[in-house]
Design a protein around this ligand. Structure first.
Ligand SMILES: [Zn+2]
Length: 217
């Protein structure tokens, strides 16, 4: 991995939609990659029953193995979850009861579950990732849920190149567009955009254990 872009951090992991066996050599490759100082998390890992490219049992196994890898390496996890919240929460619960819960276990990125899922996930110490989908006209349920979520638990994200916010919906997403995600959260929570940006930055720094050199004052 190149060190040319020192301000860019990475996560390594096998995505649930990747049609790939997680054998010992793949696991060892993940271990080696994660030794790089710019690797700050294991992810995206999780379950995707919407696309269902990989059989659920195989997805669950890979999720469990990579959660254990994150514990072994002392890294947080970035969880991808679509139409699989119950199973994902059960696996996280088993993981936390066997490994012990830590204060910043990870983030459920691009959250798309129900309020009850969100409450359970937050209780387990996870952050909730909010993408451009919060700006979509039909996302009133998500807006409703996020309006009750404290800023201390929210991470704003792009999920680029996907989920471009409303003004650019359907086009290629890029990091600068995260501004519209912050705008929408500020609007529904009746706070300023600066408050959303500052708290999301603080949450990311805490979760990924970034030191302050990444923040320009
Ligand atoms: Zn994802």
């Amino acid at each position: 991995m190149s060190t040319q872009f020192t301000l860019v951090s990475a996560a390594v992991g096998i995505h649930p939609n990747e049609d790939l066996d997680l054998d010992k050599s793949t696991l060892q490759k993940l271990r080696t990659l994660s030794n790089h100082p710019n690797v700050v998390a294991i992810g995206e890992i999780g379950l995707d029953y919407f696309r269902n490219i990989t059989p659920p049992d195989k997805q669950k196994h890979r999720f469990r193995v990579q959660l254990d890898l994150a514990s072994e390496l002392g890294l947080p996890v970035i969880v991808h979850c679509r139409d699989a919240y119950e199973d994902a929460i059960n696996i996280i619960s088993e993981w936390q009861s066997s490994m012990g819960s830590k204060s910043n276990p990870g983030v459920f990125h691009s959250f798309s579950g129900l309020e009850t899922h969100m409450n359970t996930i937050v209780d387990k110490g996870f952050y909730i990732g909010v993408t451009g989908s919060i700006t979509f006209n039909k996302s009133y349920n998500l807006r409703d849920i996020v309006s009750g979520l404290p800023l201390t638990k929210i991470l704003i994200e792009t999920d680029a190149p996907f989920l471009s916010p409303q003004p650019n919906r359907g086009k290629r997403n890029e990091p600068a567009f995260v501004r519209w995600v912050a705008d929408k959260i500020a609007e529904i929570k009746s706070v300023t955009v600066d408050e959303v940006a500052n708290s999301s930055t603080h949450n990311a720094l805490t979760l990924f254990d970034w030191n302050n050199q990444y923040v320009q004052t």
